[in-house]
Design a protein around this ligand. Sequence first.
Ligand code: CTP
Ligand code: MG
Length: 249
Amino acid sequence: VHRALVIVAAGSGTRLGHGIPKAAVTLGVGSILEHACQAVTPELGFELIVLVLPEQSSHHEVLSAPATALAHRTGSQVVITSGGAARTDSVRAGSQAVQKHAELQGWDGPVHVLVHDAARALTPPEVFSRVLQALADGAEAVTPAVPVTDTIKQVQSEGSAERVERTLPRSALRAVQTPQGFTLQFLERAFAHIEQLPTERASQLTDEAMIAEDLNTEVRVVPGHPHALKITTETDLITARALLAEQAR
Ligand code: CTP
Ligand code: MG
């Protein structure tokens, strides 16, 4: 079995609103992407790590900076590639880079690919391990998830007004995180499937596990971690900063 990791960091960070790509935003010492890279320990055994960065960015230097240290520390080959307009496009670009590498290196047998959001910068290595283990146990698609603490209601909109339709039973709800894990074979099938979808439906796919649902491929769930929160808004950035400060004590 060969293992590869794709870190998608090509988003613009609109909701964070710093005016620079989110992965380049400073979090304590270093960028968000740098922190995401620090979770990748040599023990995880990735032969290849693909960093998917914004296509045209004046922050390319900051964003590509962690690559050398990452290669040194993990012994993995680190490759940089350009992302696309939507997250799915960036994951596709990363997945294609893995495919190309696998061909060039003559990899045979299964390839396990983890797809991780740079924005989940503080995800601990144990979450990566759990996803890899589920793939080793034979899963084709895996997602880490945590229980939902809020009461979630489905609403219906009528113009600008909203009303509650129903309450979803919380015990069956999970908030999913990354890294999600897939066989390379599944990812190839998944992207071939997306090509066939109307653009509107394709744009609703916010993760690759959703494609698995479309394809009736079972998605295994493993425990995530509260520190794997996605830094989306300023509040999340403040939380991440506090977690880092706590870890440094
Ligand atoms: N991502 C990406 N390419 C895109 C969009 C998102 O690689 N075209 C990545 C982001 O860099 C991030 C992860 O996917 O690591 C999750 O996306 P999100 O949190 O939505 O990040 P952004 O798209 O950058 O933020 P926003 O939606 O607020 O603009
Ligand atoms: Mg986004």
